[in-house]
Design a protein around this ligand. Structure first.
Ligand SMILES: [Zn+2]
Length: 283
């Protein structure tokens, strides 16, 4: 199924970073302190998702599934996510920046993190979401990252290489964020982001969907969901549980407005909410 599926579909991801991700923040101001919010907001989030009957995929930093206390660990909450019907995917072992990892370290990271998560929930983990949405570099789709090359050297990992390693370590789905050069040029000319309903791609044997709705649940995400309901295709929406208690586009209020609209479109049979694990045989 390479075209746009009809009715349109939404895939909702949560990047569950915990304090492991906060410690490795690359925003330029060093480690952050939002780790505890990942857990407290997830409690409220699970209740809200249940109320709107929307399933999602939590991309979990695997170290958080090891025994221990918040803000670094909570295997019980990860099991609760699984038992509530949400998919548990992998977000690397410690929220690692993948373009800089050597092939053997990357393979070990992917293998070990899947084992840790599967041991925690007692079910297969097939979906991978790369931390920081990187690598962006994917020449086969005309996506080039000068910054990844500058930081990690000429032999740095690209998105195709990541998919090859994911295949060899037992994954079946990966979320991508590469942006082809023609799209970037168009965005520069129009001075706004340009996106369209997504299609499933198969890269090195891995099913892939690219982000196309920005980060969070404000206008860009809602417009993409509405457009997919009209035209078919995938809206790929994501946010961070720890950001739900902030005032921006990832807030609980923005999320609730999106969920209410999704519920209505689902009721009208114009939209389906799907999880990545349902998409691995559909390419
Ligand atoms: Zn993350």
């Amino acid at each position: 199924m390479r075209g746009r599926p009809r009715p349109g579909r939404m895939v909702l991801f949560w990047d569950y970073d915990t304090q492991w991700g906060a410690d490795r923040s690359r925003s330029g101001e060093g480690p952050k302190a939002w780790g505890p919010e990942e857990f407290t907001n997830t409690e409220r989030l699970l209740t809200m998702l249940e109320r709107y009957r929307v399933v999602s995929c939590f991309a979990v930093v695997a170290a958080a599934a090891k025994p221990g206390a918040r803000p670094y660990h909570d295997p019980e909450q990860i099991r609760a996510i699984h038992h509530a019907g949400h998919e548990v995917g992998c977000h690397s072992l410690h929220h690692d920046w993948l373009p800089g990892l050597a092939p053997d370290r990357l393979r070990e990271n992917l293998r070990r993190s899947r084992e840790v998560l599967e041991a925690c929930i007692g079910a297969p983990v097939e979906t991978f979401v790369p931390p920081y949405n990187q690598p962006f570099h994917y020449p086969a789709a005309l996506s080039f990252s000068q910054s990844e090359r500058a930081e990690a050297g000429p032999d740095h990992l690209g998105f195709g290489g990541l998919c090859r390693e994911l295949k060899s370590t037992g994954y079946r789905f990966c979320r991508g964020a590469y942006r082809p050069l023609p799209q970037r040029v168009m965005e520069r000319v129009l001075r706004r982001s340009v996106d369209w309903p997504g299609t499933l791609k198969r890269i090195a044997g891995i099913s892939c969907l690219r982000l196309n709705a920005g980060c969070g649940f404000s206008d860009a995400a809602r417009q993409m969901v509405r457009r997919c309901a009209r035209e078919g295709g995938y809206a790929v929406v994501y946010g961070h549980p720890h950001s739900l208690s902030t005032a921006g586009p990832q807030s609980f209020a923005c999320l609730e407005a999106l969920l209410a609209e999704v519920r209505e479109l689902v009721g009208q049979q114009k939209l389906q909410v799907v999880q990545p694990r349902e998409l691995v045989n559909h390419v």
